[in-house]
Design a binder for this molecule. Structure first.
Ligand code: MLT
Length: 314
């Protein structure tokens, strides 16, 4: 009887709302990608999609929740490069990135911007570099905790310019941005999905982008790359992917993968994301197997870099 019931359940999936866990606060870049994606996914999946923000510990709390959730297709994770950086930062993580998830598609890649509080007395990257040098030991850098994209960028930036800063962790760069706007923190490296509107509105000071090439979005096109500013080879791009708990049945994964493919082709989704500097993935990493291989290569790439920078969470 059980197999009959589960067979019917599989065939009728989804029969109730699907929960997408975002491992950071509402209003931040990860949340924005998730809500944009949910908008495009609702119809092809044929389900109501509920976004659940589970912040903390650089995204590892939310990822743990999904790793331990029932593998029934009703709890998914939308996460990012933190899937690859957290293993080097947390010695007793509650999940194994490559073993405890079924990999659905990679969604997009998002560059980052180096921004400062509105009162920062520097109007170019060169002036910012001088200010940072003159204020060594007094600079407060905001991020979303160890394992977050803003943490990774900040870590690389500090080790490249050899200036250590006090990092102030938040449950997401949504709340961190509030404190930057208020001047409680000085500096942050955050994704364009969160910073473009603030830069356009002149609400923050913006100095550079972390991509290897300048960006085309009008509000960002005038920003130099950090590589141009002398940080040779500096390049950080934040990718986002979708994950389900290990053991989610194949028919469910196939329905999710097919719906994701339709969502990624949605013109409005492209428009919303591209206006914020994001690039939708169109290569074979939209398939789970290649997405997983890519994450494995990212774990191998960032692990040694993070260890060399010598920061651990516990
Ligand atoms: C990050 O730095 O990882 C993200 O900006 C966190 C967030 O989405 O708030």
């Amino acid at each position: 009887l059980l197999t009959l019931a589960s067979g019917a359940a599989l065939a009728n999936y989804p029969e109730k709302p699907v929960n997408i866990v975002v491992p950071f606060s509402a209003g931040g870049p990860t949340d924005k990608v998730a809500r944009d994606l949910a908008e495009a996914l609702r119809k092809p999946l044929g389900a109501t999609i509920v976004i659940e923000n589970v912040g903390g510990a650089g995204g590892t709390l939310g990822a743990t929740k999904v790793a331990k959730a029932a593998p029934d297709g009703y709890t998914l994770l939308l996460h990012h490069i933190g899937m690859a950086t957290s293993p080097a930062l947390y010695r007793n993580m509650q999940y194994k990135t490559l073993d405890d998830f079924e990999y659905l598609g990679l969604i997009n890649e998002v560059p980052m911007t180096l921004i400062a509080k509105p009162s920062m007395p520097a109007n170019s990257y060169a002036e910012l570099a001088k200010w940072l040098d003159a204020n060594k030991g007094k600079v407060n850098l905001g991020n979303a905790g160890l394992g977050s994209a803003s943490h990774l960028c900040g870590l690389l930036y500090q080790s490249t310019i050899k200036i250590d800063m006090t990092t102030v962790p938040y449950k997401g760069t949504g709340p961190a941005m509030t404190d930057l706007l208020g001047g409680q923190i000085d500096l942050m490296c955050d994704q364009t999905t969160n910073t473009t509107s603030q830069i356009e509105g002149g609400k923050v000071k913006a100095y550079a982008v972390t991509s290897s090439k300048r960006l085309t979005a009008p509000a960002l096109a005038k920003l130099p790359t950090l590589d141009e500013m002398g940080l040779k080879g500096f390049s950080v791009n934040i990718w986002h992917g979708v994950y389900a708990p290990k053991g989610t049945p194949k028919p469910v994964l196939e329905k999710l993968a097919a719906a994701l493919k339709v969502a990624l082709a949605d013109a409005d989704f492209h428009k919303r994301q591209e206006a914020l500097g994001a690039v939708i993935v169109t290569d074979n990493r939209v398939n789970g197997a290649e997405h997983k291989k890519f994450v494995e290569s990212e774990i191998n790439k960032w692990g040694p870099i993070i260890k060399a920078a010598g920061q651990y969470a516990d």
